[in-house]
Design a protein around this ligand. Sequence first.
Ligand code: TYM
Length: 332
Amino acid sequence: MTRIFSGVKPTGHLTLGNYLGAVRGWVEVDQHRADALFSVVDLHALTVEHDPARVRRLSRQAATLLLAAGLDPALCTVFVQSHVDEHARLSYLLECTATDGELRRMIQYKEKSARALASGESVRFSLLSYPALMAADILAYRTDEVPVGDDQTQHVELTRDLAVRFNQRYGHTFVVPRATRPPVAARVMDLQDPMSKMGKSHESGAGIVYLLDDADVARKKIMRAVTDSGQEVAYDPEAKPGVANLLEILAACGTGSPDELAGMYDSYGALKKDTAEAVVELLRPLRERHAALAADPGYVDGVLKEGAERARGMARPVVDAAYRAIGLLPAG
Ligand code: TYM
């Protein structure tokens, strides 16, 4: 059976980008067609300035949202990365497989380190080694497919390179995974700045729809989205990135391609209004289920405990095999 692994990092509140680019596909498709694991990858949240209490809170919230979105523990494994030691154990071996040069070439490292330096913050070493930990997340489960949004494909490519290199040097240990992407909305853009990705930690929240935003707040953010000059509604991501983003979001919420939808509107206002309503309706059940689950933290904890046990059982033999293959003396 195909093995799938993917994750979300608790560095901020989950966004519409996370949902459309990744989580929705996990819920609607991936958990039904494969042996799938989905993780709140909390170790990754320590690579930037962080507040311990906030990371803890956001980790629980992210896990609750994944369940609220419809991940079903009877169909897939949901767990928190730091509950399974194998991720950190394997990460070190992959740091010993990756080169400094290839880690420095990662776009996210370049962008995030430049941003940190510009605001006078230091850059943590773990920001550079991050892709080795991400590769460990994936390779520890002999993963075949990694469903992610566009911004993560470079990291999955590096994971492939590391798996091939490790296998060639030390004997066949890892499955070489591949990234898969959603048919639309693989890169949802910031509503106020449609040239950059809608990210959890963009400075101002005005261009970001958070999954837990109240309906009115979400509606207002979309109605205030930056659009482009001219008045014709056309799907042209280069010339009209703001309008194209709205069309992609609307397409992802319902049926029809962004191109087909463009032909149905003769004003930006009408497009915004329908997009706002579609998003509010899409997120309504999720917010309601989140409220119910948040009132029962014992249930969420139980799911995470069982998930971590299952994940550990899968990862341990793979990581043990990697330790042997690379030349470490087995304990006792
Ligand atoms: P993270 O937490 O930034 O995002 C989680 C998932 O959401 C997707 N995504 C988007 N998709 C479309 N439009 C957007 N604006 C948008 N923003 C985020 C991301 O592509 C991702 O699929 N490094 C990863 C987490 C990770 C991981 C892994 C993923 C750690 N280990 C192993 C897969 C496999 C990250 O920072 O995702």
